[in-house]
Design a protein around this ligand. Structure first.
Ligand code: SF4
Ligand code: SF4
Length: 507
């Protein structure tokens, strides 16, 4: 598989991306031509020998004198000597695998523990990940996570956090509360908050966070402010945009949530500005521009925007799901004019996010780990897929005591359990299971041009099928189109590129 990608922007600039060096080059059309010729098995030197007379007319690229052709051939050879057209050994690059020790070390450095406090909810949102569209979660039975079980996992983690395996000293660990609606089990939140404050963490500080629908904020805001909770409030925009978020009795939730939010802002304005963020779900009753306009106008904030979860759909619900679902990029394209005028610098928007992703993954100047900085681009090795190393993002505990690597995947993928009898985590078994999944996808990954920027989580694929098909696979043409669209955007909005470089810190 060739690892050099040749592409052209809409502004008719020619580029190449060398996978071997992980670098973009803006290049002369003739260099592009030589590289393309080589890619399809031709020989540029022979091609030059066949040029008659003083020059050549190259279709789209224009006329070139023989002197120009020879000059740029010299440059092409220079790039070639410096490996710009060399192929990456993709099998070697994707040869990393997990070991029991690497999983345990990652857990000792885990910086977020999230409790599914309760599976109860006081809303009945149509697109809820635990609702009618889906069939990949444990049945909701009105359960609460027992407090002693939560204390048990905290004690287990405390030992690891204080062990020599933890090298994330000085970093903040987040204890997060999630639901259902977590505030329906407020006594759990209260008890665990006080319990966490008694723990003697030797290397880290702790903060609390919660995802809430906001309906009970009026009752508990004093406690949340006192303990400096970071709040992520789920709200899809104005009353119409929010109309999928209904109460159990079918009435709209918007007036109650809004009244609570305004009360919180009125009573604790500094806290509200600093600690409250929003998450809006994109669907067929709102749009990206409407969401951003609403939150900017109402709260002077930019929300996170997420799509309705497209995984784990019950086959009987596919049509209803399709009706509700809106894809972020499609919404962006339909509203291109809006983003030309406003928000184009917001790093939360899809196009600036693409710029960030391209700089982060393909520019060769951002390193995820120190050993990446010390190794050449082609010497780095990764596990296949974009799946996180278990516990690198979080450890999630369900109301049933299942342990998962995050809250977004099906409960059938639990990695262990916690109960009153203790914590069951078999690091050997976890490593073995992940490595088996990696093997089943690796033949596709070896042919894929998306390996540097892959965000495909294997748990969102039919991973237990004998030959699971990856939806994120990109062939040479796909990646060339992607690079072309991002470069075109950067050429049209150079300020976004410079703002990303100046304002982003890549963690
Ligand atoms: S969705 Fe997958 S990759 Fe993302 S945090 Fe969860 S387990 Fe990790
Ligand atoms: S997109 Fe799919 S095929 Fe491509 S690297 Fe990621 S997991 Fe592998």
């Amino acid at each position: 598989m060739t690892s050099t990608v040749l592409f052209k922007s809409e502004g008719r600039n020619y580029y190449l991306h060398s996978g071997f060096n992980n670098r973009f080059l803006l290049c002369h059309p003739l260099i592009h031509h030589f590289a393309d010729l080589t890619r399809i098995g031709g020989d540029p030197a022979q091609w030059i020998d066949q040029i008659d007379g003083a020059g050549i007319y190259l279709g789209d690229l224009g006329p070139f004198s023989r002197a120009q052709v020879e000059y740029y051939f010299g440059k092409f050879l220079f790039l070639k000597e410096n490996h710009y057209f060399e192929d990456v050994d993709i099998k070697k690059k994707l040869s990393d695998r997990l070991s029991a020790q690497s999983v345990k070390t990652t857990l000792a450095n885990c910086r977020q523990l999230t409790f599914e406090v309760t599976d109860l909810c006081n809303l009945d949102c149509s697109y809820c990940a635990y609702g009618k569209f889906y069939n990949d979660y444990d049945r909701r039975e009105g359960k609460n996570l027992p407090i002693p079980v939560a204390e048990c996992i905290l004690d287990y983690l405390l030992e690891l956090w204080n062990s020599p395996l933890n090298h994330s000293h000085q970093k903040t660990i987040y204890i997060s509360f999630y639901g259902g609606e977590p505030l329906l089990n407020f006594s759990f939140i209260e008890r665990i908050t006080y319990y966490v404050k008694t723990l003697k963490l030797m290397h880290n500080s702790v903060r609390f966070s919660m995802t809430t629908n906001g309906l009970l904020l009026n009752k508990h805001m004093d406690f949340l402010v006192e303990h400096d909770f970071q709040l992520l409030v789920s709200l899809d925009g104005d009353e119409v945009h929010n109309s999928y978020r209904i109460m159990k009795n079918g009435r709209p939730s918007f007036p109650f949530i809004m009244s609570n939010l305004l009360e919180l802002r009125e009573k604790y304005p500094i806290y509200f500005n600093k600690n409250v963020r929003f998450n809006a779900v994109l669907h067929n009753r709102n749009s990206l521009s409407a969401i951003f306009r609403y939150f900017k106008g109402k709260f002077n904030k930019s929300p996170n925007v997420s799509e309705v979860n497209p995984y784990g759909i019950d086959p009987a619900q596919k049509a209803a799901f399709r009706e509700t679902y809106r894809n972020m990029n499609e919404s962006l394209n339909q509203e291109e004019e809006y983003y030309k005028d406003e928000n184009r610098n917001s790093f939360l928007m899809p196009r600036p996010r693409d710029v960030i992703e391209v700089i982060r993954r393909y520019s060769g100047v951002v390193f995820r780990k120190y050993d990446e900085l010390l190794a050449c681009a082609h010497e780095r090795s990764f596990v296949p897929t974009g799946t996180c190393i278990p516990f690198s993002r979080m450890l999630f505990v369900t109301v049933n005591g299942k342990i998962l690597p995050c809250e977004r995947i099906g409960h059938q993928f639990s990695l262990g359990r916690v109960s009153l009898d203790g914590v069951e985590l078999d690091f050997h078994q976890i490593a073995k299971t992940y490595n088996r999944y990696f093997e089943s996808l690796s033949s596709q990954c070896h042919l894929c041009h998306n390996t540097e920027a892959c965000i495909q989580c294997l748990f969102n694929l039919p991973i237990n099928d004998p030959h699971p098909k990856c939806f994120g696979f990109k062939n040479h043409k796909d990646i060339a189109q992607y690079f072309s669209s991002v470069m075109t955007y950067m050429e049209e909005h150079p300020e976004v590129f410079f703002n990303v470089l100046e304002e982003m810190s890549f963690g």
